[in-house]
Design a protein around this ligand. Structure first.
Ligand SMILES: CC(C)(COP(=O)(O)OP(=O)(O)OC[C@H]1O[C@@H](n2cnc3c(N)ncnc32)[C@H](O)[C@@H]1OP(=O)(O)O)[C@@H](O)C(=O)NCCC(=O)NCCS
Length: 334
């Protein structure tokens, strides 16, 4: 599905991110499981990940990122019309994490908000929805957050998955475009339910309610067929980037920055090779953050913006893929 290939209707007004202060390095993992720094770096590019403090929940990380994004956008929480939180690690199954964020930020009391489950594509899905709401006149300012506490849902006894993930939050404030050609040019979101089994948490939902058996068999934790996700990611991410370029009549050489989901450096190297976009144009932070799922793109975006790498008028491509399988891309003129 592709939205809005025309003049931008919305623009990212401000970005923010938050990473918990505790860092868990590959060397730390070597001490507690049968793995090596060499294996993790060579297979994934990851050197460390951030881990939330026991008292922190997703909304705490999300609120910090959101406050930074609001400050950067120069608007008050009271100006928000909608809060979208991409997450697979909500504070509670009910109510939404968005309501915790709403309360923490002190928005208008009636500001709507909801959680969005598209795994690692959660931020791109959220941006697509924000853009559509602003274009349609339903909202003026939308807060889009990606937040995950993956350390709480990974199986620390499964070395093939647990080394890949980390915690964090990223946020953007989206507002109306101002007619100068800058803003969200197009968004492209996709899903393939035939791949449900490649990446899932089998227990704890309505299909298999939480029970002693779920707990004993660790069915409330992430299960992943890494090789299947890897192969799918290379093809789907490449295609989604190419679609975003084609719809906007841009060549790979026109791209100033790709802000990709940081799941695996080797996936990104394959996407670089297949799209022909040079690797220097990919903003990479996976070595520092590992895979933070829906938080990954907005964290990377905020880091790139605050480092002064992203300049007005530049062409940015966002892309992400995760459980579902759900994936997508967006083209933004900064
Ligand atoms: C998970 C992933 C890194 C594994 O890389 P790979 O090259 O496919 O490695 P394999 O799964 O073939 O494992 C190779 C060996 O390393 C071992 N291994 C797995 N995890 C290990 C670890 N942390 N440390 C050391 N060895 C490990 C395996 O047991 C296997 O050993 P064997 O050959 O004796 O059976 C890779 O498949 C991947 O990144 N997939 C995509 C995952 C992803 O990004 N998911 C999220 C998308 S949002």
């Amino acid at each position: 599905m592709a939205g809005n290939v025309s003049e931008p209707g919305s623009r990212i007004l401000g970005t923010g991110h938050y990473l918990p202060s505790k860092i868990l390095t590959n060397q730390d993992l070597e001490k507690v499981m049968d793995t090596t720094d060499e294996w993790i770096v060579s297979r994934s590019g990851i050197r460390q990940r951030h881990i939330a403090a026991p008292e922190q929940a997703s909304s705490d990380l999300a609120t910090q990122a959101a406050q930074r994004a609001l400050e950067a956008a120069g608007i008050s929480a009271k100006d928000l019309d909608l809060i979208i939180v991409g997450t697979v690690t909500p504070d509670l199954p009910l109510p939404s994490t968005a309501m915790f964020v709403q309360r923490n930020l002190g928005t208008r009391k009636d500001c709507p908000g909801f959680d969005l489950t598209a795994a690692c594509a959660g931020f791109i899905y959220g941006l697509s929805i924000a853009d559509a709401f602003i274009r349609s006149g339903f909202a003026t300012h939308v807060l889009v957050i990606g937040v995950e506490l993956l350390s709480r849902i990974i199986n620390w006894e499964d070395r093939s998955t647990c080394v890949l993930f980390g915690d964090g939050a990223g946020a953007v404030v989206v507002g109306p475009a101002t007619g100068d050609g800058r803003g969200v040019l197009s968004t492209h979101i996709y899903g393939d339910g035939s791949m449900i089994d490649a990446l899932k948490i089998p227990g704890g939902g309505s299909r298999m309610p939480f029970s002693q058996e779920v707990l004993n068999n660790k069915l409330h934790l992430v299960q992943m067929v890494g090789v299947d996700v890897f192969k799918y990611a290379v093809k789907a991410l490449t295609a989604s980037v190419q679609t975003a370029l084609a719809k906007n009549h841009l060549a790979p050489s026109d791209v100033d920055w790709v802000i990709p989901h940081q799941a695996n450096l080797r996936i990104l190297e394959a996407v670089q090779h297949r799209t022909g976009i040079p690797k220097e144009r990919f903003f990479i932070n996976i070595d520092q953050t590992a895979n933070t799922s829906s938080a990954s793109v907005p964290i990377a975006l905020d880091q790139a913006v605050r480092a002064g790498k992203v300049l007005p008028g530049q062409s940015l491509v966002f892309c992400a893929l995760g459980g579902g399988i759900a994936w997508g891309s967006a083209l933004v003129r900064w």
